[in-house]
Design a protein around this ligand. Structure first.
Ligand code: PLP
Length: 266
């Protein structure tokens, strides 16, 4: 298990590199499924292309990627517009959203995985209703207790989910989390276990129309653990595209209470 030393992933520069990396990741997914008696078909691989430029994303597409996750909505929108010719490529926004940016998501995304406030839900729903479309969403939960992670505290989740049927353009599919960033599996695994337990509890008293099946959890360094704990979606960037130069703090800044958020230009 290797979460800290991600420079073991060389940059993928050609279609062959992407084919090889995708094959390697799928083999790791299959092995984790075998260990936990799961069917690999239950685990969706969402390649994460944040910071990766268009030329290399097109190579990943040529190697078979048909969906991509992006953390920042403006970066995602820019790429989706530049690659609108790839008509079967689907975009998933997996990062925290400010209310004033919901209108960008509804322009191009097929999924939003980081819902964590009713204001964002209301704003997304309003834009979607106006456009006559709907959006798959996952509710993000902070399972690590770290102040730097977005997402709802576990104890607020049930109450939050009860409000969601009011937003009929949102198709609520399940939960998403980021585990503690640690090389120690005994600290990482409990984050995944907690998300699964929260889903089981919600399934028992979810409001009508809300089906909580999906668990989006696990990244390059920890997706095997996540699969063992029940992940149905793994979000994998560096193991497919290669190591990122931009530190993760750029994508997971301290929330407003502990620091003043700065506007980052990718
Ligand atoms: C970047 C990112 C990932 C993927 O991380 P890797 O280490 O590149 O696999 C997964 N989820 C979210 C929310 C991310 O921002």
């Amino acid at each position: 298990m290797d979460t800290s030393n991600s420079n073991t992933y060389p940059t993928a520069l050609g279609v062959e590199d992407f084919r090889r990396n995708l094959t390697a990741v799928r083999a790791r997914i299959s092995a984790a499924c075998a260990r936990s008696s799961r069917d690999p078909a239950e685990v969706r691989l969402l390649p994460v292309s944040k910071t990766v430029p268009e030329e290399r994303i097109r190579l990943a597409y040529a190697a078979g990627c048909r969906e991509l996750g992006e953390n920042k909505v403006q970066e995602a929108l820019r790429k989706a517009e530049a690659m609108a010719d790839l008509t079967d490529l689907r975009w998933s926004v997996i990062g925290h959203l400010q209310t004033n940016k919901t209108k960008y998501v509804t322009r191009f995304a097929s999924e939003f995985q980081a819902l964590d406030s009713l204001r964002v839900a209301e704003s997304l729903d309003r834009h979607l209703q106006a456009e006559g479309r709907s959006l798959d969403v996952l509710v993000q939960v902070n399972t690590s207790g770290e102040a730097s992670k977005f997402g709802l505290p576990p104890e607020d989740l049930a109450r939050f989910v009860r409000e969601l049927p009011a937003f009929s353009a949102l198709r609520v599919r399940g939960l998403m989390t980021l585990a503690l960033l640690s090389a120690d599996p005994t600290r990482v695994r409990p984050c995944f276990t907690l998300l699964r337990d929260l889903r089981e509890r919600l399934r028992q008293d979810a409001p009508d129309g809300i089906v909580m099946n999906e668990l989006s959890m696990g990244m390059s360094g920890d997706f095997e653990l996540a699969i063992e704990e029940g992940a149905t979606v793994v979000r994998v960037g560096q193991a497919i595209f290669g190591v990122r130069a931009v530190p993760d703090s750029h994508y997971w800044p301290d929330p407003p209470l502990t620091s003043t958020p700065k506007e980052h230009i990718p």
